[in-house]
Design a protein around this ligand. Structure first.
Ligand SMILES: *Cc1c(COP(=O)(O)O)cnc(C)c1O
Length: 402
């Protein structure tokens, strides 16, 4: 490194800012976590043991819910919620097209039909006005049931996604869902601990809240893990039975379930990490505020729109997502400056090839399509320092100045 040529000096970025680096979060907890893993190994109790029970109680309480059912992933949490509510063939579930694939993927895998509704462009979350319009224009009540006229399916539920760590407007959505007799499954995979202005947390509004502990989420396991949280004891116990193939007592099956179990080792890791979740969330919020201020100073008004947190809410910033002009060129420029970014998500789900059978086409959901074309996630993890965040904003300013 002592022979840096002028060329190398010119092209080597002054700083590296990865999109996510989990190592600084692990290092201070390593001894405690390894000891907990060793305890599980010594017990040889790997499946649904005391660590899973402890985590279920702790996450349910954290999410202001009565029950927690630990599962193998956030995706499996969604699938378990759908099957727990008896949703399947001949049914339909309303959701957002601007989300991770698993949201609509699990609806389709349950046998139901995803019915997409556009998002609110300010929050990127399902807009209850477009849900109301779909119900009024494209659905009809027959007796106690609601049918989607075009497909003949029975509309059973709505699945809002609390994208990037900010709640969907549940004050608007819940009364609408109840008015139409629909169940509500919250895809809270990115939103553990997110709250509305009254302090009510993600997962506590609907029938089931689905959490993910994928390593990139705010509370990340050392592999795949997830949880369903719920308020109703009957629904919770049905999901608990479906988690183990629907067998209760063991080997006697009134229901067809699957293997959706959460590993004891993952639960042991998560029990330790949960105690630090609030300080990590505070770090993400501090970083978001540093970005907001730096962008305001940079005066990029027409070029970059920073994320809009609704007044008084607890946004947990699983992602800090801007809208940017010339998004793809900006992304390439930032990569050259040593800055990691990602696009969540480049193709709205109604335009995915696997959902062609639903008949979606470009122009159906303009807010979702624009979001897919314009959004860019910047590094936001808690251990970033102010210098790195200001370097990101400075690099974005330089791109638009050039
Ligand atoms: C991560 C995620 C999921 C799936 O969770 P996994 O644990 O990866 O299976 C579902 N929905 C959304 C919105 C997500 O971000």
């Amino acid at each position: 490194m002592t022979h840096a040529t002028p060329l190398a000096a010119k092209t080597t970025p002054p700083m590296q800012v990865p999109l996510l680096d989990l190592k600084p979060q692990y290092a201070p907890l390593a001894r405690e976590i390894m000891a907990a893993i060793e305890r599980v190994c010594a017990s040889q109790h790997f499946i649904l043991g005391p660590a899973v029970k402890e985590l279920e109680a702790a996450v349910a309480a954290y999410s202001q819910c009565r029950y927690g059912i630990g599962v193998s992933s956030g995706t499996d949490a969604l699938l378990l919620a759908l099957t727990g509510l008896g949703i399947g063939n001949g049914d339909a579930v309303i959701t957002s097209p601007f989300t991770f694939f698993a949201t609509a993927g699990t609806i389709a895998r349950s046998g139901a039909r995803p019915l997409f509704c556009d998002i609110d462009p300010d929050t990127f979350n399902l807009d209850s006005r477009s849900v109301a319009a779909l119900l009024q224009r494209e659905c009809e009540r027959r007796g106690e049931h609601v049918f989607h006229k075009g497909s003949g399916t029975r509309v059973r539920a709505v699945m809002p996604v609390h994208l990037y760590g900010q709640l969907t407007d549940m004050a608007a959505l819940m009364p609408l869902a109840r008015e139409w007799g629909l169940a509500v499954i919250e895809d809270a995979a990115q939103a553990i601990g997110a709250a509305d202005a009254a302090g009510r947390r993600a997962g506590s509004f609907g029938d089931v809240g689905c959490l993910s502990f994928f390593p990139t989420k705010n509370l990340g396991a050392f592999g795949d893990a997830g949880m369903c949280v719920a308020q109703d004891s009957e629904l919770a116990s049905r999901m608990e039975i479906l988690r183990v193939h629907g067998g209760k007592p063991k080997y006697y099956h009134a229901l067809i379930g699957g293997n959706f179990r959460l590993d004891e080792i993952q639960a042991a890791v998560l029990n330790i990490k949960l105690r630090h979740l609030d300080e990590w969330t505070a770090g993400r919020q501090r970083n978001a505020a540093i970005y907001d201020a730096a962008f305001a100073r940079a005066g990029l008004g027409g070029k970059v729109t920073t994320p809009r947190a609704q007044p008084g809410v607890r946004h947990i910033y699983n992602q800090y997502v801007i809208r940017a002009q010339q998004r793809d060129a900006l992304r390439t420029h930032l990569a050259g400056a040593g800055i990691g970014t990602e696009i969540y998500y480049p193709v709205p789900l109604h335009l995915q090839q696997c959902f062609a059978y639903l008949g979606g086409k470009a122009g159906d959901f303009p807010h979702s399509e624009r979001a897919a074309a314009q959004t860019l996630a910047l590094p936001i993890f808690p251990e970033l320092n102010q210098g790195q965040l200001e370097y990101v904003v400075e690099s974005i300013r330089a791109f638009y100045q050039a």
